[in-house]
Design a protein around this ligand. Structure first.
Ligand code: MTE
Length: 307
């Protein structure tokens, strides 16, 4: 078993309270001051990050592969293009508008996002629908920390996310071949799940632009395309929201997109995957190996139908 902490246990329950709260205070200040100093540039170190017990101990994918083999269609459809074409993306200042069916809608600046919860290193597997995978030390905090701040109304059943779409900064977006702005969605209980994080960094550093700076989602039990990058809007809604790849090709990409070796993509098998930097393929695991934590979210659902 790779995940050490059972879902549902709070950090305050495993860390002695004194240590937990003093850590919280320290962490609430450190990354924020970094941003205020205007140093939120890719490559800047993030200080005071806690190690998460949710992390896998598997071998990490080399930094170079994680940051030079990307999918970010707004910056080109080639894997090497985002590292080059997103270089000058302006990520400061940045705001995320959180709106819709909530008691307290709010526009958060980056400073507020960095202060939302203690930053944690979460070493997660991420499986791309194309058949490659990686293990990345992401830095972020549970999405549910943001959700709690805006107090969703009971009619909020889904969360819709939207990426930046700025044709001036993203000239290659014209040839993306998918509808933009990039949009994604989660069911409310998925969004509240402690494994779903808002990510602001990787490998101890501020998130590189090509990986979705300044804030992206990471949902490790779903195919990589659910992990939307460079988020500018989060909207709480009553109905299942549209998602970019489903709009682009509904037969090939469903709303749920849980990693499932038994449901093939119409054009290729999903039974195995290749880790970036490795030669041999390995078997793909249901829910990308996070089944113990997330399978109960889908109890009673036909996962062939809800792919
Ligand atoms: N988010 C936006 N805005 N645009 C994109 O093209 N690609 C998705 C996802 N998020 C994408 C996006 C896909 S297909 C994958 S596999 C992951 O980002 C890749 O994340 P990475 O480049 O950090 O590995």
């Amino acid at each position: 078993m790779l995940i050490r902490k059972p879902a549902g246990i709070r950090y305050s329950e495993i860390t002695p309270p004194g240590v937990y709260w003093s850590r919280r205070r320290f962490l609430a200040v450190a990354p924020a001051s970094l941003i205020l100093a205007g140093q939120a540039q890719a490559g800047a170190k993030l200080n005071g990050v806690i190690q998460s017990p949710f992390s896998t101990s598997e071998k990490q994918t080399p930094y170079k592969d994680v940051t030079s083999y990307n999918n970010f269609y707004e910056f080109g459809t080639g894997k090497e293009q985002p590292a080059e074409l997103a270089r000058n993306l302006k990520t400061v200042p940045w705001t995320i508008s959180v709106e819709g069916a909530v008691a307290k809608p709010k526009v958060f600046d980056l400073d507020a996002v960095m202060k939302m919860a203690p930053l944690e290193e979460r070493i997660y597997r991420l499986r791309c629908v194309e058949g490659w995978s990686m293990v990345v030390p992401w830095i972020g905090f549970p999405l549910n920390a943001l959700i709690r701040q805006v107090e969703p109304l009971s009619k909020a059943k889904f969360v819709a996310f939207q990426s930046l779409h700025d044709t001036r900064q993203m000239p290659a977006a014209k040839w993306a071949g998918i509808p933009l702005p990039y949009v994604e969605g989660l069911r409310m209980d998925e969004a509240l799940h402690p494994l779903a994080i808002l990510c602001v960094g990787l490998y101890g550093e501020v998130l590189p632009n090509q990986n979705g700076a300044p804030v992206r989602l990471v949902v490790p039990w779903k195919y990589g395309f659910k992990s939307i990058k460079s988020i500018v809007k989060i909207r709480f809604v009553e109905k299942q929201p549209p998602t970019t790849w489903n709009l682009s090709n509904a037969r090939e990409y469903g709303f749920y997109s849980n990693v499932n070796p038994e449901v093939d993509h119409p054009r290729w098998s999903q039974a195995s995957e290749r880790r970036l930097g490795e030669f041999f393929k390995r078997k793909t695991l249901l829910f990308n190996g996070y089944g113990d934590q997330v399978a109960q979210l889908y109890a009673g659902m036909d996962l062939r139908k809800h792919y």
